[in-house]
Design a binder for this molecule. Structure first.
Ligand SMILES: *[C@@H]1O[C@H](CO)[C@@H](O)[C@H](O)[C@H]1NC(C)=O
Ligand SMILES: *[C@@H]1O[C@H](CO)[C@@H](O)[C@H](O)[C@H]1NC(C)=O
Ligand SMILES: [Zn+2]
Length: 521
């Protein structure tokens, strides 16, 4: 009984001290009680235990001990894996770790995503040459090619304005990625994504274009340019110097490879106008080597042992969200595992790019539930990669390209459903813990009041979380994003760094590229 009283007292003090201004706000009193009455619903960490000093001191000492044991790894990085959570902002991490923890029956906040346990962390500044807030194209150019560029452009310098074919034809504006730098040192290379393999982020590995929308020849034409002058991204993936040499290409986007006259394995028509079948071209190019084209999960999981090259296109467009996967759709973790198994067969190591590409799409729709779920699937893929590799010789870097506008707000009680209601606002209507600064979740009632979310099914995976300003597609955010690293030279990922330094550090550790490397010393 005494303990219970103490607990209530402690919670009350925390509530008051955590809310400057609330105590002198008479109108706010009722809402405060409302919040306080929300009971701890989810069992997990014993509250009694957490209310002892001993519990927290022990936890802190374990963390301290762990930090003291961490030794800087100055080995040469034989292998490098770059994991990119598209649009995986820092609030997305806090919310996703609670989401995953709550699914495991815990209160959630104490949970760690797989990569949050990596020993080194830094922050990445994501602005581009011409914009404060990045898109996935200029940012891919930064974290893969090592330079900042204009929004919407990929693999070209800032001298190329967005969507201008002519200046982008000048090859001296083209830059290559750490994928190419690694190939030049005989490393195997690959890319894995849940988006179309021709989408902005993976394109950063192999393409140089003035416009991220130029995914196939039809797209270049629709946008008013000539695909013979400025080659489309899918064409570059199959015929470009970097694309041609990739051992692994896994993701969605079959449509961009096939002519309109062809219907693919899943009944979808191709998108190309030039009559070119790039899947056939790829197979023809690889006729002398062990290469496989696959379009469904079973075939990916049962690749012949000797496979050295794989092209896996699992959807006509983007891969399904992890929550919507069907039997023919591999998970991101499964694609990552298949990629690593092929890449590990090389003698000189490998570079692999893996994108959790649809965290971003879910956020654009303000479907926070899906965004968090995709983040957990991304975390699962990283855990798998960690299990399949050795941190003595493999540098794993996890980061994001840009933030989003979702915030984790209010004073919800410990263990409160992360997808639920945070409290009651001054208009006496409830507000959600997760909400967006803008987006399609904007809703206002006829009487001018905010929409009452009490009876909304916020657990529905398609639920659009509330947004302040109406926009058909929620925007990116300009905040810094995290960098999490483990393995050789992971300790260089610390402090606040420019996004374009990311591949330079990987290049240093793995002795590739034109900059200074470990092997020069
Ligand atoms: C190509 O670009 C480089 C660097 O931006 C520039 O110096 C050169 O004059 C350009 N060449 C042509 C033919 O425009
Ligand atoms: C919001 O909806 C709930 C559930 O229908 C209702 O109990 C509550 O009174 C509503 N709030 C306001 C301010 O209308
Ligand atoms: Zn986006």
């Amino acid at each position: 009984m005494l303990i219970k009283t103490l607990v209530i007292a402690v919670v009350a003090i925390q509530l008051v001290s955590a809310r400057p201004g609330v105590e002198n706000n008479q109108d706010g009193d009722e809402s405060m009680h409302e919040v306080r009455r929300i009971k701890r619903k989810i069992p997990g960490v014993s509250p009694d235990e957490e209310n002892t000093a001993e519990f927290w001191r022990k936890k802190a000492q374990l963390i301290l001990n762990d930090k003291l044991q961490t030794k800087e790894n100055t080995n040469r990085a034989k292998n490098v894996i770059l994991f990119l959570g598209d649009g995986m902002s820092i609030p997305t991490l806090a919310a996703a770790r609670a989401y995953e923890g709550q699914k495991k029956g815990q209160t959630g906040e104490e949970n760690y995503l797989s990569f949050e346990e990596f020993p080194y962390t830094g922050l990445s500044k994501t602005y581009c040459v011409d914009t404060q807030v990045a898109d996935s194209a200029c940012s891919a150019t930064a974290y893969l090619c090592g330079i900042k560029a204009n929004m919407g452009t990929i693999g070209v310098t800032g001298s190329v304005p967005y969507s201008e074919c002519e200046p982008s034809k000048n090859e001296s504006t083209h830059v290559t990625s750490i994928g190419r730098w690694s190939q030049l040192k005989n490393k195997r290379t690959g890319l894995v994504t849940t988006t179309r393999v021709t989408h902005a982020s993976p394109s950063g590995v192999y393409a140089s274009v003035a416009d991220r929308e130029w995914e196939c020849d039809t797209d270049v034409k629709i946008l008013g340019d000539d695909p013979k002058e400025c080659n489309d991204i899918a064409y570059q993936l199959v015929n470009g110097e970097t694309g041609k040499n990739l051992n692994v290409i896994l993701g969605g986007g079959r449509g961009k490879f096939l002519p309109k006259t062809i219907v693919d394995e899943e009944g979808q028509k191709g998108k190309r106008s030039d009559g070119v079948n790039l899947i056939e071209d790829w197979l023809e190019q690889k006729s002398g080597v062990n290469a496989e084209y696959v379009w469904k999960r079973d075939d990916l999981l049962n690749l012949p042992e000797e496979t050295d090259y794989v092209l896996g296109l699992f959807e006509s467009s983007h891969c399904n969200y992890d929550m919507d996967r069907t039997k023919d759709d591999p998970s991101l973790a499964e694609m990552t595992e298949a990629a690593i198994k092929i890449l590990q067969k090389g003698d000189d190591g490998f570079f692999l790019f893996v994108e959790g590409g649809r965290i971003d799409h879910a956020h654009h729709d303000t479907k926070a539930h899906k965004a968090l779920d995709e983040t957990v699937a991304f975390s699962d893929a990283i855990r798998r990669a960690k299990e399949l590799t050795n941190s003595e010789d493999t540098l794993i870097v996890v980061t994001s390209d840009h933030a989003h506008t979702m915030s984790v707000n209010g004073y919800p009680t410990r263990g409160n459903d992360i997808l639920g209601i945070s409290g009651i606002a001054d208009d006496q209507l409830p507000y959600s813990t997760l909400s967006y600064a803008n987006g399609p979740g904007y809703r206002k009632e006829e009487d001018g009041k905010r929409h009452n979310i009490s009876e909304d099914n916020m657990q529905d995976k398609e639920y659009k979380f509330p947004s302040l300003a109406p926009l058909s597609s929620e925007t990116h955010g300009g905040d810094d994003v995290g960098i999490f690293a483990t393995g050789p030279w992971a300790h260089l990922y610390r402090g606040v760094i420019e996004q374009n330094a990311i591949p330079h550090i990987m290049a240093y550790a793995s002795c590739v590229g034109d900059g200074v490397t470990l092997c020069d010393q």
